[in-house]
Design a binder for this molecule. Structure first.
Ligand code: TRP
Length: 455
């Protein structure tokens, strides 16, 4: 532990925190989820709204959430009690976060399972020399298979539990230093390839053009919800990481850096995936399978494509793992801090709970095949339903709570010290506070009302 003045400073350095927080932020949300929801919502305006949400809503809340953690020096539920008294109603925000951690991880682990499976298929040469049609079929078979989904989801959960159980997160964070840039590099390589494809121009216009063909009220709340999802915001994860942060670390700059990196990776993923989609006549609105049906096509036609595809999916698994542990950590920390459980027991029990919750998501593809009885019952498949509740509603609600807590409840002296300490951005304090007090809550409320059709 370096020259830390903070009694709790568990990160070996400021980079320790940045790597962990960036590891949490960068994951399937950027590479898998953002491109496919962009496709479903017609690109263009959806992307613009998303970018505005990141800058105006996400970033200010991110600063606030990390700041609560550092001020309280406690994980999420305990942090609100520490700052606002043992019976404070604000602790419900922490409780909501714990529930959301289980929900998010229950479908996240299914997709991460697909990525593990694809790493294995790619390594065995199963994606090489395949036609676009065959690659579509491989995903279709994966998505609808009961054993494949159960086995690979379970395997990914075992990995996640093992890391949280043994508390070896620090080791993973050191790996992030090499593996995160590697993912960026590989995406860069794919981008170069994509620019040479016939559909690049169309794809670029689709992502950055100002058109709103398919945007609905549901699209606006999806853009807002995803800005929370991708930044790991609104459920106490970054709060917990912030509790280990040394006192002189510049929270606003770090937050901006993490949000910036996260956004670059998400946009890069779109600029890779949509040229392939348009060049090979794939369906941009196809949903969660988009990355698994597009990226392998590009690799199948590149020199050393099998190796590169293996590396790509392996890096995706790693990115998913550093995100998943930040989710499981929130759940486990609750049992450890509030119920006095051992780390091992908390990690195992939470992992089991998530795995049980993951079963209906893992079977969504198969149940679609069986005549869609589940969809008929709840109006969408289980996977989409959970993602929708967690990402579009719970995270923005939690984020609004965090904004209100920081902006209206926290003593100004404490808040301003935490914001300004060591910060090049100290001069933005008043502006940030106004945004958090008024702009953020009103914006989130407006999007909620819009989504239920009030205006
Ligand atoms: N941000 C991660 C991603 O984009 C997922 C994630 C990690 C997350 N922690 C979270 C999402 C907390 C919501 C809340 O892949």
């Amino acid at each position: 532990m370096a020259e830390s003045s903070s009694p709790r400073g568990a990160w070996a350095s400021k980079t320790g925190f940045v790597l962990a927080a960036a590891g949490s932020a960068v994951g399937l949300g950027n590479v898998w989820r953002f491109p496919y929801i962009t496709g479903e919502n017609g690109g263009g305006l959806f992307v613009m709204i998303y970018l505005v949400c990141i800058a105006v809503v996400g970033l200010p809340i991110m600063i606030g959430e990390i700041l609560i953690g550092r001020a309280a020096q406690r994980s999420t539920v305990t942090a609100f009690k520490t700052l606002a008294g043992p019976h404070t109603p604000w602790k419900a925000l922490g409780g909501l976060g714990v529930v959301v951690a289980y929900l998010v991880l229950s479908f996240y682990s299914v997709v991460a399972g697909w990525a593990v499976y694809y790493t294995v298929i790619a390594a065995r040469g199963g994606l090489g020399g395949r036609s676009p049609e065959e690659i579509q079929e491989i995903f279709g078979a994966t998505y609808t298979s009961i054993p494949l989904n159960l086995v690979w989801t379970a395997l990914f959960m075992v990995l996640t539990v093992a890391v949280v159980w043994r508390g070896v997160r620090n080791g993973l964070e050191r790996w992030s230093r090499i593996l995160m840039p590697s993912l960026l590099l590989l995406l860069g390589l794919l981008l170069v390839r994509a620019t040479a494809m016939s559909g690049f121009g169309e794809a670029f216009a689709f992502v950055f053009g100002l058109h709103a063909d398919q945007l609905t009220g549901g699209g606006v709340i999806e853009a807002l919800g995803h800005s929370f999802f991708t930044l790991s915001l609104g459920m106490g994860g970054l709060l917990t990481y912030g509790s280990y942060l040394e006192k002189q670390a510049d929270i606003p700059s770090m937050s901006a850096g993490i949000a910036g990196l996260d956004t670059v990776i998400a946009l890069l993923a779109c600029l890779v995936i949509f040229p392939i989609t348009f060049s090979y006549g794939l369906e941009p609105t196809q949903g969660p399978g988009l990355i698994f049906t597009s990226v392998p096509i590009a690799f199948a036609q590149m020199p050393a494509g099998g190796l590169l595809a293996t590396a790509f999916f392996a890096l995706l698994v790693f990115a998913a793992l550093t995100s998943a542990i930040s989710l499981l950590e929130v759940a486990a920390a609750y049992w450890i801090d509030e119920r006095g459980w051992s780390r091992e027991r908390a990690a195992l029990a939470s992992g089991l709970g998530v795995s049980l919750l993951a079963i209906p998501s893992a079977l969504s593809g198969a149940t679609e095949l069986f005549g869609g009885r589940m969809q008929a019952a709840v109006g969408s498949n289980w996977f989409d339903l959970v993602a929708n509740i967690a990402s579009n509603w719970s995270l923005p609600l939690g984020g609004m709570g965090i904004a209100l807590f920081v902006a209206w409840r926290m003593p100004d002296a404490l808040r301003s010290v935490e914001f300004k300490s060591g910060s090049r951005w100290a001069g933005f304090y008043a502006g940030w506070l106004v945004v958090l007090r008024f702009v953020v809550p009103l914006a989130i409320a407006a999007v909620f009302l819009h989504a239920v059709g009030v205006f």
